[in-house]
Design a protein around this ligand. Sequence first.
Ligand SMILES: Cc1cc2nc3c(=O)[nH]c(=O)nc-3n(C[C@H](O)[C@H](O)[C@H](O)COP(=O)(O)O)c2cc1C
Length: 177
Amino acid sequence: MSKTIVIYKTKYGSAKKYAHWISQSLGADLFDVKDVSVQMLNSYDTIIYGGGLYAGGLLGFSFIKKNYELIKNKNVVVFAVGSSLNPDKTEEEIKNRNLSDEMKEKVKVFFLRGALDYKKMKPFDKFLMFCLKKTIEMKKTEDWDDDTKGIIATYGKSVDFTDEKSINPILQYINSL
Ligand SMILES: Cc1cc2nc3c(=O)[nH]c(=O)nc-3n(C[C@H](O)[C@H](O)[C@H](O)COP(=O)(O)O)c2cc1C
């Protein structure tokens, strides 16, 4: 029988929440990336990796990237969790920013909407968001894209866009393999 592992890395909990929902729905094993060794991956046919997006980078994904040669004949699926309002553009951006050319051909990438809570945010992340807001505000509002509008609309607030139903396309894809 086909075996699936779901691996995640999270800063504030959204990627873990999605990883939990996905592993439960698929009856797959679930691990934080810090508890996974490359040897463990041998026994799986499908590897699902999920992490939070930070300034375009996928948290903890270097583990998959540096070991890709050893797992490239398996099904590798990625989900990235972020606050962007623009999932189509984001999927393309995630690939361009995080995947090698070989991975772009073979790895399926999904985008899921996460959460932002300025009350719980670490000081450095708060500072980064403050700088981002200031940079955005220097541009004309007519030039703001959906990502930019999303950052401004949620700045300083607590928002949670996580939704169990949004994992359905991932489940359908995995079941079609
Ligand atoms: C400093 C900072 C940078 C972020 N950069 C991005 C980004 O580039 N793209 C995006 O869609 N979301 C971005 N986000 C939003 C996070 O990805 C979102 O909060 C997500 O739910 C985090 O997942 P996690 O809780 O699993 O770490 C950023 C958040 C912070 C605090």
